[in-house]
Ligand binder design. Structure first.
Ligand code: DX5
Ligand code: ZN
Length: 210
């Protein structure tokens, strides 16, 4: 199981804390990108994000919670991320966006919100590298984990096995040392406040690993 660390909930001394996160035993840095349209919140713009992350060594896991997906891909491809993930609910040209991300040799993820069913993803599953199941409504860190995500992880795991698909399964939102035991079908856990609100990042990360 891999950990993708979100710094969305870090509100002060951000650069230093990102460095501390990057020096910890994580696998990816998770970038929460918002536009105040697809979700009712906004974070850093691309230049600020680029500046904050410029000295980090971990691979980037970009989570676009935006409506105008293509224009954000045009920016974030420049960080050379491992994955760019967009929301199924944000676009009506899903296949075109998949191909667009692939054209930059970046792995493609699709995310679904808590009320979106796995079934809506079926036709895209053979084409993508990652499925991101939201276990909170996207937009804010520090929310409560929603248990309906567990069933979706299991379904995605079974579909993957049955069809020999290659996508990784990722889950994002409200993850902590108590609910992590239900998430063993996921390959990547996105964890924000449980790590960044703790005094000891390394200890928090170790509590999540099984
Ligand atoms: C929510 C974001 C998540 C979130 C994770 O919109 O996509 O990445 O920040 O943070 P926690 O772990 O605090 O829910
Ligand atoms: Zn996220």
């Amino acid at each position: 199981m891999k950990i993708s660390a979100s710094f969305l909930s870090i509100k002060e001394d951000i650069q230093n804390k990102i460095k501390k996160l990057d020096d910890s035993n994580i696998d990816y840095i998770h970038l929460d990108i918002m536009d105040n349209i697809f979700v009712p919140n906004i974070t850093f713009n691309f230049n600020e994000m680029n500046e904050l992350l410029k000295d980090t060594k971990h691979m980037k896991d970009v989570h676009l919670m935006v409506k105008d997906v293509k224009s954000y891909i045009n920016d974030y491809k420049n960080l050379n991320p491992e994955f760019i993930t967009f929301h199924l609910e944000a676009v009506d040209n899903v296949k075109e966006i998949i191909d667009y991300i692939k054209s930059f040799n970046i792995k493609v993820g699709i995310s679904i919100k808590p009320n979106t069913k796995v079934e809506e993803l079926l036709e895209y599953l053979p084409l993508i590298d990652l499925v991101l199941v939201m276990s909170v409504e996207p937009g804010f860190g520090g929310q409560k984990f929603m248990a309906n995500s567990i069933e979706k992880l299991e379904k995605l795991y079974d579909i993957k096995k049955e069809n020999n698909y290659h996508y990784l399964i990722e889950v994002d939102g409200g993850i902590n040392s108590d609910n992590v035991k239900f998430l063993n079908k996921a390959d990547i856990l996105v964890v924000g406040s449980y790590i960044t609100n703790s005094d000891n990042y390394e200890e928090a990360i170790n509590n999540l690993r099984w």
